[in-house]
Each structure stands twice: as C-alpha cells, then as structure tokens.
Design a protein. Sequence first.
Length: 193
Amino acid sequence: MADLIPLIGFVFFGLFSPGPNVILLTASGARFGFGPTVPHILGVAIGVGIIAGITGLGVGALLAAQPTLTIILKIGASLWILWMAYSLWHADPARTNGHDRPFTFIEAVLFQWINPKVWAVALSATAYVATLTPTDQAATLASTFSALNLGVCLFWAMAGTFLSYLLTNQTAWRGFMRIMALALGGFSVLVFL
C-alpha cells in the first residue's frame, strides 16, 4: 500500500484540478441538481478507470507511437469540447428546458475517450506502476483512477449543486454558464499543447 501513495497523490491532484470533467460536473450540478447528475458522475468514474486500465495495457504507448492517431484524437477532442462549450454558452439560465438534460452514463463514459486531460494523467501515471506486469498495471491504474475519481466527481457535482443556491437570478445564471463555457472552450486549445 505504501508503494501506491505517490500514485494516489498524483492521480488525485491530476483529476481534482479543473478540466473538462470538473467543469461539466459543476455546471450539471448547478443546472440540474445532484440527483439527476449521478449517472454523469458514475459514467465519468467508470470511463476514467477504463482509460487508465487500457493505458496500463499499452494503448497509451500505441497512441504515443502513432502521431496520426494522436492528431485525430486531439482534433476530435477539441471539436467536441468546443461544441459542449457552445452549448453551455447558449444554455437557458433556467434549470432545464425541453431539450436540456445532464449527460447520461454512456455519454459520460464515451466522453473520456476524447478527454485529453484523462489521457495525459493516465499516460503519466504509468510511470508509477512501471515495475508491474501489464495486467497488474491495468488493474492498479483502473481501480485507483475510478475510486479516486468517484470522490472527485461527487465533490464537484455537489459544489455545483450548492452553488445553484447563490445563482438567484437570470443574470447570475447566465454569467456562471458563460464562465463555465469559456473555461471549457479554453481546454479545446490546450488539447494541442
């Protein structure tokens, strides 16, 4: 267990710091409440674990060795993040309308496949488990990422839910959603750095 403390610290700070998942979960908690955001939370926790696990099995090394795949992943990630930022920018300040809803479990799992921050943290975390067999690397990374990220997701969704109590008028809601949209849009540029 003591050998895992550096990995746990690295993964926790890597996932807790602002990124697309943090922004989307905070916005979802604020707009839809905690209960409706639970499938999104669970999808992120499971999806991040899957990405970390396959990175431990060598998929991360394959991506690093194939610049074309990396560029395709970055372009896809940037476009999807920009689309989500656009949606947040134009979101109705009211909690929901006929078309608005939080991410589903499957959408949240699938988003992790093009979430550049998750890939970056997972690729970097492989250094902490390099002495393990690929199967043990995958299991250790998957369980560490999922367990820690569940707590991170719960925190940010709950923070958004509590924040909604401060957003008492349409101007405050619109300002909050636009700040979230700008922060998310910024990550579409960071994908290429």
